[in-house]
Design a protein around this ligand. Structure first.
Ligand code: ATP
Length: 511
């Protein structure tokens, strides 16, 4: 088994064992690509959501929040283009009976060619050493140029075919590239068909004429249809943003890789409304801001990269992904899109209402342009979890699994342990808990040895453990143990809250 798959398996097992993530309806053998968050998972997820909200809403005077309903008027999805165009091209292999996204098969093929280029570069770097000039090499090496030309040719066929929804052309590309099913190894492909990813259900009883409604496939449209309500009531002046977090639903064809691709997931989106013509400067601004936010979680820069899109969605004039190095490789974590006035104009057209802004600075009324930042909360959860998961060999030869979560994201901030269950130690420990619990998530435990209790809290990422012993009864001091360094120090009880507050403060996160 590949090592990367191994890591993902370990994380999935750990997430289940320690109450972060469970398969949905597990006693019925689960539901494909649907997951539930357990006691520790729900805290970590809430903390990530709060951290995003603070960075976007609390830290920006010109961004306000919204919580729109999941159900929306069906015409919203007609106007947004989702009814007609929110679909993936599907292809089945007749031998393995496996279903694939046709465009992904081609993109995987491109990725293989890219890997070949990377190999050439690595080889050449070794050969030339210090003086190696990667740019020059890529621009002149015949093999690399050949690979680049091939990629260009494929993209020039794939993206226009996608744009035209020309299923036959996509199929022909798969045939011409000789792409085989990774499972059966055969090239026995069906036709390519469009498959709409929206879930629908009935609203109202069927007797009195129920209407079909959709479970929203993105939270963004709730923001667009409320654009005027928010702008007017919050008295916002352009440029301003509206932020929202909430569930979205997509009937993903290839749903796998744990919580990376789910059918029910949560998004954290912000739409930033700007004067037309200024969108590129705001697009750049938000790309930088969002990358800064990711780095502020303490995850190192080499785990992230931008991927600028060649293929733009029908609504965008610029788009980039922030990709994260998940255990299964670099994959999209967040999208930053310059959506032009596509959505607001479409809603103007379909609703017959004006969705404009009167800009008193230039004495002009216009439909604002929009920059969107859109991140999947569950993908961020997986990014944080997979980066934090650490297996360590200790000096005494033992091993521990420790979740090196930044304290502000950890489910519990402190665990309080009485050394033993007698001599009034539990009562003293309870007093400490009762004092701290108003401000911090605290965990009380008296079972097992202190060492075992430390391990349990390492495994869920609790940054501090406090132990109450007999000396505590005499001088009101406790042992404070820090998770990553495992250092222990004796501190007065009344200093604990200060240590926790300091470690949780977001002041030095660079937001
Ligand atoms: P992908 O190409 O991976 O399907 P996308 O480009 O369709 O993603 P967007 O529509 O831009 O995704 O959605 C914004 C964000 O929502 C993504 O960056 C991702 O973090 C998250 N997201 C999208 N689909 C899913 C899903 N099925 N499960 C979990 N998160 C998702």
């Amino acid at each position: 088994m590949a090592k990367q798959e191994d890591v993902l398996k370990k994380i999935i097992a750990h997430a289940k064992e320690y109450g972060f993530v469970f398969p949905s309806s597990e006693i019925y053998d689960g539901l494909s690509a649907v997951y539930d968050y357990g006691p520790n998972g729900v805290e970590l997820k809430k903390n990530i959501r709060d951290y995003w909200w603070k960075a976007m809403v609390q830290m920006h005077e010109n961004i306000v929040g919204l919580d729109a309903a999941i159900f929306m008027h069906p015409t919203v999805w007609k106007a947004s283009g989702h009814v007609d165009a929110f679909s993936d091209p599907l292809i089945d292999n007749k031998d393995s009976k496996k279903r694939y996204r046709a465009d992904v098969l081609v993109e995987d093929y491109i990725a293989k060619i890219e890997a070949k280029i990377q190999k050439e570069i690595t080889k050449a770097r070794k050969r030339f050493g210090e003086q190696f000039d990667e740019k020059q090499f890529v621009e002149t090496n015949p093999r690399v140029l050949g690979h680049l030309k091939k990629i260009e040719e494929i993209k020039n066929r794939l993206y226009p075919a996608m744009e035209r929804s020309d299923m036959e052309a996509i199929r022909q590309l798969i045939i011409d590239l000789d792409i085989a099913d990774p499972i059966s190894g055969t090239k026995n492909w069906t036709e390519v068909r469009q498959f709409n990813l929206m879930f629908s259900t009935q609203m109202g009883s069927t007797a009195d004429g129920a209407s079909e409604v959709y479970l929203r496939p993105e939270t963004a449209q709730g923001i667009f249809v409320n654009y005027l309500n928010v702008q007017k009531t919050a008295r916002m002046k352009i440029p301003f943003g509206i932020a929202q977090t909430g569930k979205a639903f997509r009937n993903e064809i290839v749903a796998r890789q744990f919580i990376f691709r789910m059918r029910e997931f949560e998004q954290m989106e912000m739409q930033f409304f700007v004067r037309p013509g200024t969108e590129m400067e705001w697009y750049k601004f938000w790309k930088e801001q969002r990358m800064k936010w990711h780095l502020s979680t303490g995850i190192p820069a080499e785990k992230f990269r931008f991927h600028d899109h060649d293929k733009l969605a029908h609504y965008a004039n610029a788009a980039a992904d922030i990709e994260f190095e998940f255990p299964m490789g670099f994959k999209e974590l967040e999208g930053i899109h310059s959506r032009t006035d596509f959505d607001l104009s479409a809603h103007e057209k379909y609703s017959g209402r004006k969705l404009r802004y009167f800009d008193s600075e230039i004495n002009e009324s216009y439909v604002p342009y929009v920059i969107e930042t859109s991140i999947g909360l569950d993908r961020m959860f997986l990014a944080v979890l997979s980066h934090a998961y650490t297996e360590e060999k200790l000096e005494d030869g033992s091993e521990r699994v420790v979740m090196k979560l930044p304290p502000f994201l950890a489910p519990y901030k402190v665990a309080v342990f009485p050394l033993t269950k007698k001599d009034g130690l539990p009562e003293k420990a309870r007093q400490i808990m009762d004092n701290l619990k108003f401000d911090f998530m605290c965990f009380y435990e008296e079972k097992d040895t202190i060492g075992k209790r430390y391990r349990r809290h390492d495994a869920i990422g609790t940054p501090y453990c406090v132990t109450v012993d007999h000396q505590t009864l005499e001088d009101n001091t406790v042992t404070l143990r820090e998770r990553d360094s495992m250092k222990q120090e004796r501190i007065p009880i009344d200093k604990i809250a200060g240590v926790l507050a300091q470690s949780l403060s977001l002041k030095n996160q660079g937001l």
